[in-house]
Design a protein around this ligand. Structure first.
Ligand code: CIZ
Ligand code: SF4
Length: 306
């Protein structure tokens, strides 16, 4: 089937089933282009919670669809490929977290949104890359934090926040492929470009950046900045949106190796099949969803960070 034909079928089915398509910033261009909303996991979940659609086709990875299912339990949340997981989220289990909490009984647990519902349920607060620092700084009565699972985001926050932060050894294999040498090469090639990197990058890469931002932060900054050239240190899918929204500006990826294979598992056919078969439904058991939602709601309640 031609893409055009698939897209027509998707549009027709979307109407019939009262569905919306949400796409993460790291999805392939063909998915971003048919989505009703493109954004980061927080924006996507908030959009999911607000929509009056009955069905949400979530084009992202498993933990993101789970977060949407936690925030809107009355809606049907579909993930077009069940293998689309996040290796970083899989680097900590609820059982491992319970063990770690015994070691640090007086620590407040802050978990990055890149975690399973079970892990969120064991955490005090959730955060995203857009609000990790603001959230931790807002916890004025808290001095000791157990930050899971991303040691690099945790390290970045620890350098800025004046609190003891205990790290967990998780990381994103995709952002780990962005090397200091790659940034140096791109800077030499494009001396006028600003370097924007994601806080999942290693500390050496972060040290070379002009700005450290979440994906939503990168989009906003690129749009509002006077600068016209940018070196982008995050997953390569980001370039599609940046180029589309800012056709007069230039964007260079630090390395083509920064590609998340899980994000790329979803394609147009799978979105169509997902709507045809109403698959794969992401459901979170109620006892876990209630506890996980508490950590997410606490993040949303902290003023001015969402
Ligand atoms: O929160 C997200 O969507 C992730 C995983 C990255 C980002 O910075 O947006
Ligand atoms: Fe997980 Fe990294 Fe892929 Fe994001 S880019 S989904 S953190 S593996």
């Amino acid at each position: 089937m031609e893409n055009k034909e698939i897209i027509e079928k998707i549009i027709k089915l979307k109407k019939e089933k009262n569905a919306v398509i949400l796409s993460h910033n790291y999805q392939m261009g063909e998915i971003q282009d048919i989505a009703d909303y493109v954004g980061d996991s927080l924006g996507l979940s908030q959009t999911a919670a607000k929509t009056d659609a009955d069905v949400i086709v979530f084009c992202g990875v498993h933990f993101m669809a789970e977060t949407a299912a936690i925030l809107c339990p009355e809606k049907m949340v579909l993930l077009p490929d069940l293998n689309a997981g996040c290796p970083m989220a899989n680097m900590i289990t609820a059982r491992q977290l319970r063990e770690k909490k015994k070691e640090y009984p007086d620590a407040t647990v802050v978990c990055y949104v890149n975690s399973s519902a079970e892990v969120k349920a064991e955490s005090d607060y959730c955060c995203t890359s857009a609000n990790a620092l603001a959230l931790i700084e807002s916890l004025t009565d808290v001095n000791k934090i157990l930050f899971i699972p991303d040691r690099y985001l945790g390290h970045y926050v620890a350098r800025k926040a004046k609190k003891e932060i205990i790290l967990w050894p998780g990381y994103c294999p995709t952002h780990h492929r962005i090397l200091v040498e790659d940034i140096e090469k791109q800077k030499a090639k494009h001396p006028n470009a600003l370097v924007l990197v994601h806080p999942e990058c290693t500390p050496g890469v972060i040290d070379l950046a002009d700005k450290v931002l979440s994906t939503s932060g990168i989009c906003k900054f690129a749009k509002e900045s006077e600068a016209t050239e940018f070196i982008i240190g995050t997953e390569v899918g980001m370039l599609h949106r940046l180029k589309k929204e800012n056709p007069q500006k230039k964007f260079y990826s630090v390395t083509g190796l920064a590609l998340c294979p899980n994000m790329k598992l979803i394609n147009l056919e799978k979105v169509l099949w997902s709507l045809e078969d109403m698959a794969y439904q992401i459901k979170v058991p109620e006892n876990i969803a209630v506890k996980a939602k508490r950590a997410i709601d606490r993040m949303l309640e902290v003023k001015g960070i969402a």
